[in-house]
Design a protein around this ligand. Structure first.
Ligand code: 13P
Length: 255
């Protein structure tokens, strides 16, 4: 399986800044057969960046979209509009869940809309600090995973990528709040066990599982060698070109 290195830029970079960044990164990195480099800029950047892109080096992801294709939904953009512009879409990021109140039902519809429009969804799941403290991690992971997949057919599940992002480890500045490889391994096993139980062993092996939460060049190697981890979803470090390209180098070495 490929290694996925995905930069989630969140609400950062104007169109001009994003364009310059993409230009620089394409110059700096090679064509990797085994590593899929993906960036997720703001929605406004997707159209211009898609024209600028050498898809062999970098692919685009949306950070979010609405599940209905067209209609009276003021302020939304749809997966149907993104069809052809992006290869991936982040769905159910914890910032969407907790700031914008997206629940598993809505996220399931977004996963289905993404697949319907030929865009591979990156379904984000992860427990909060208090859920972990109360011993609810396994239940949260199962609910968010199976809930998110509930609107698609069994034959479509292997088009989905799952990103485990423990909410407590996102944008962390304290060492205590950085996930250890053992903690990640335990949850990644839960994810694959759930997939195996519901969809069978083949699907459980085919679905790429990414890790996200304060990934840096210094910990990327340890995270990428966690059994069952196929890539990284990177926030803050993906905004700094040298850090993002260093992480790609680490992925190449680990491969
Ligand atoms: P950080 O890498 O900044 O912790 O963000 C992780 C994340 O939320 C990626 O989607």
């Amino acid at each position: 399986m490929k290694t996925y290195i995905v930069g989630n830029w969140k609400l950062n970079f104007t169109v001009g800044e994003a364009s310059v960044y993409l230009h620089k990164i394409q110059k700096k990195i090679a064509n990797y057969r085994d590593i899929e480099v993906v960036v997720a800029p703001t929605a406004l950047c997707l159209q211009p960046l898609s024209l600028q892109l050498e898809r062999s080096k970098v692919r685009l992801a949306a950070q979010n979209a609405f599940y209905r294709d067209f209609g009276a939904f003021t302020g939304e953009i749809s997966f149907a509009e993104l069809n052809g512009l992006v290869d991936y879409a982040i769905v159910g990021h914890s910032e969407r869940r907790y700031i914008f109140h997206e629940d598993d039902k809505m996220i399931a519809k977004k996963v289905a809309a993404s697949i319907r429009n030929k865009i591979r969804p990156i379904l984000c799941i992860g427990e909060t600090e208090s859920e972990r403290a109360f011993g609810e991690t396994a239940d949260v992971i199962r609910d968010q995973l199976l809930g998110g997949l509930s609107e698609i057919g069994e034959d479509e599940v292997s088009k989905v990528l799952v990103a485990y992002e423990p909410v407590w480890a996102i944008s962390s500045t304290k060492d205590a709040k950085i996930a250890t490889p053992d903690e990640i391994a335990e949850v990644v096993k839960m994810i694959r066990d759930n997939l195996k139980e519901i969809y069978g062993a083949k699907v459980a092996e085919e679905v790429p599982v990414l890790f996200g939460g304060s990934v840096k060049p210094t910990n990327a190697g340890a995270y990428l060698t966690v059994p069952g981890v196929n890539g990284l979803l990177i926030g803050g470090a993906s905004l700094i070109l040298s850090q993002f390209t260093d992480i790609i180098e680490v992925a190449k070495r680990v491969k």
